[in-house]
Design a protein around this ligand. Structure first.
Ligand code: NDP
Length: 394
């Protein structure tokens, strides 16, 4: 069924995308994402065998299969840098871990668990989720529930866990965009999937031109007042929309903690005005896809490896990678001269402006994550290096 009052989406589809690096906003397609979600959950309901407490809340609380045995690295806070989110009291790690990909059933649970536990050991205290991550939608939140149960639960107070609502999650007119009805129902579902009483940050995942911003921000404010979220966030809002959202929340008495826009060497739209607005308003900025979904790494320099994002995600195509390849190769040479991998240089570059609180990266292996954290060890950029990067991207 179509969204009853489907708003014009043209501006949504262009926010945050310069150079055609990502194509459409990564999460705007496919339009029928909610169908994946309902199929997934219908299949789970129909599955024979014992039902879990999560599937049937009337069952008694499940006993963890074992007591948590994970012992985090004692030095985990020494290597990581932490930056204050705007003018708030909250510090975030310079690198955060995103659950958009690599956290659904297609990835073995042991690998998911290893990535998250290693992240925690490296000082990555912020885990970024959304209702629709996995894939399929909802499964990343369920994966996190298992990892909290088996390992990280005792460290909840050392973690900043976020989730979002704004893209299609269930059929009908109440499962998408920014109505109060959708936002608050989705947050309740997310909390149930993660087995949490509260998230640290609840985001409006994208602006909804058909819903008054007062309604969407009112839902964030309610979530905070109900104790279901500690802070409010917005994502994919342009500078004008962001300013309106900040003003509305301020009038309601809730501060906007953070904005989550896309940003990478291939996609520099936030440099136009958004970063200035956020700095003026004391709002943090956590950038997503700083590696342009793996393009700003050595992943595609010698072809398309089996299992890479291009081979399974509708959001990154071989054509996009091929179009960007001349720039990627040139950037790779600059990185080598700096003694860094391209991924490390891309992350250091995304973090070179102190107004960027954190860069939220994805990883399909522990090795990728470990290599990425070493980005923080590199030397600051010299003016001629920045100029050479600009020249590659011109
Ligand atoms: P990145 O740009 O960091 O891309 C991550 C991918 O790059 C990995 O899955 C991996 O690809 C590859 N990669 C990572 N490190 C390395 C390395 N060292 N060497 C080689 N390849 C590497 O970010 P994502 O696009 O994954 O987004 C990160 C997070 O941002 C998401 O998980 C989500 O939390 C958030 N996000 C938010 C959005 C929003 O609208 N608010 C939209 C999109 C993302 P491969 O799988 O091929 O190995």
């Amino acid at each position: 069924m179509a969204h009853a009052a489907e708003p014009a989406r043209s501006h949504l589809d262009t926010v945050g995308h310069s150079n055609g690096s990502i194509g459409v906003a990564p999460e705007t397609a496919p339009a029928d994402a909610w169908k994946q979600a309902s199929l997934y959950h219908a299949e789970r309901q129909a599955r024979p065998g014992p039902r879990t407490q999560e599937e049937d809340p009337k069952l008694p609380d499940p006993k963890p299969a074992r007591e948590p045995t994970f012992v985090p690295a004692p030095g985990r806070y020494e290597a990581m840098q932490y930056r204050r989110s705007g003018a708030s009291g909250v510090m975030l790690p310079a690198l955060s871990l995103g659950f958009w990909h690599n956290f659904g059933p297609a990835v073995p649970p042991e690998r998911r668990r290893a990535i998250v536990c290693r992240a925690f050991d490296l000082g990555i205290t912020h885990l970024d989720l959304a209702n629709n991550y996995g894939p399929p939608p909802g499964s990343a939140e369920e994966s996190l529930a298992r990892i909290l149960e088996s390992d990280l639960g005792p460290y909840r107070d050392e973690l900043v866990i976020s989730t979002k609502a704004g893209y299609g999650m269930w059929p009908g007119p109440y499962g998408d965009f920014g109505s109060r009805k959708y936002m608050l129902a989705s947050l309740d579902q997310s909390l149930r999937r993660m087995g949490l009483d509260y998230v640290d940050i609840f985001y409006s995942h994208r602006p909804d031109p058909a819903t008054p911003v007062e309604e969407t921000m009112g839902a964030l404010d309610s979530a905070v007042r109900q104790g279901k979220a500690l802070y409010a966030g917005i994502s994919n809002y342009g500078p004008v929309e962001a300013k309106r959202a900040i003003d509305v929340l301020r009038r309601l008495g809730t501060l906007l903690l953070i904005h989550q826009p896309s940003y990478s060497m291939l996609n520099r739209w936030i440099e136009g005005r958004l970063l200035d607005v956020l700095a003026e308003e004391g709002v943090g900025c956590i950038v997503f896809s700083p590696l342009a979904q793996g393009q700003l790494t050595d992943r595609y320099l010698n072809g398309t490896p089996a299992g890479s994002r291009v081979t399974h995600s509708p959001f990154l195509t071989e054509d996009t990678v091929a179009r960007n390849m001349p720039r990627i190769r040139a950037l790779n040479e600059i990185a080598a001269r700096r003694g860094q991998t391209l991924a490390q240089m891309a992350l250091a570059w995304a973090l070179r402006d102190q107004r960027v609180t954190s860069a939220v990266v994805g990883a399909s292996s522990v090795e990728q994550l470990e290599a990425n954290v070493r980005a923080l060890e590199g030397a600051p950029f010299a003016p001629d290096e920045l100029a050479a990067i600009d020249a590659c991207l011109a």
